[in-house]
Ligand binder design. Structure first.
Ligand code: SIN
Length: 282
């Protein structure tokens, strides 16, 4: 018998807590359809009190599509599809701190991400999410017309070659990197993309991975990009998720950006992330 799933919106912009379901147990097609609908309706959905093995997390994420093995960030030895997002006590957070859409530098960027929280600081370490449909809808008709024709160049380069990244390639940090050609590659995506499932238009540029507009220099691109970065993360378009041990967040990278807040230096935080393969943005 299907369980009674309740979807409770978290804010007026995006995010909803989904209760009444253990996502690690076999989900019927009807149950999965309700979760999928909540995902499309709210952009980011959250589950509390979930007991998940690594395999159960993988199985849940796979209901949405094939999983990625990150080309730069090392996955777990036995579960290469899972990145252990570990921040030891005494260090500052260095994964996802900055607004971004996961892996927008891929030719086919991530559809969604499933993050499972295991060790959570007593306070701090929340994650912010921003609704990129709302960000697009709030623009003037003139700006929409301008952006609808623009293409942006994305690359992992600057984010994965910063001074702090060096130690990660040397394997000296809790999260480690391996060198890959992906670091130097550039990919082009429309600045406004149409979500393949909802048909809605979303802004698709982010501060971490977007470098410039196609056929323009960095200097020419920056003023408009900086405007868009400030615009698309306005508090009006955001929700903030307070983690508890055993919480799960699932967000849609096609219409949502996120930011891992670095405000819990004294505490450890341990999360497990899987990312789902997406389509080429159009
Ligand atoms: C991420 O960017 O995937 C990490 C988010 C978080 O740790 O809150």
């Amino acid at each position: 018998m299907d369980r009674r799933i309740v979807v409770s919106p978290l804010t007026g912009s995006l995010g909803a807590v989904v209760s009444g379901i253990d996502i690690g147990k076999d989900l019927s097609n009807a149950e999965f359809d309700q979760i999928h609908q909540a995902f499309n309706d709210h952009g980011a959905i959250f589950f509390r009190d979930q007991e998940l093995t690594h395999q159960e997390q993988i199985d849940f994420a796979r209901r949405f599509g094939e999983l990625e093995v990150h080309p730069i960030v090392n996955g777990m030895e036995d579960y290469p599809e899972i990145i252990k997002v570990l921040k030891p006590a005494g260090e500052s957070a260095s994964f996802g701190t900055g607004w971004h859409s996961d892996n927008s530098f891929f030719e086919k960027p991530s559809l969604g991400s499933v993050l499972y929280g295991v060790t959570i600081p007593p306070h701090g370490g929340d994650t912010l999410f921003a609704n990129q449909y709302m960000a697009y809808d709030a623009l003037s008709e003139g700006m929409k017309a301008l952006l609808d024709g623009l293409v942006a160049v994305h690359s992992a380069g600057p984010a994965y070659t910063s001074e702090t990244a060096k130690e990660k390639y040397e394997g000296k940090t809790p999260i480690t990197y391996r060198w890959s050609d992906t670091v130097n590659e550039e990919t082009e995506h429309p600045v406004v993309r149409t979500h393949p499932e909802t048909g809605r238009k979303a802004l698709y540029v982010n501060q971490m991975f977007t470098q410039r507009f196609k056929d323009m220099t960095v200097a020419e691109s920056q003023p408009l990009l900086q405007y868009l970065y400030a615009h698309c993360t306005k508090p009006d378009f955001c929700c903030r998720f307070r983690w508890e041990p055993k919480s799960v967040a699932l967000w849609d990278n096609r219409c949502v950006q996120h930011y891992a807040i670095d405000d819990y230096r004294s505490y450890e935080r341990v999360m497990y992330r899987t990312t789902i393969m997406g389509d080429r943005p159009v």
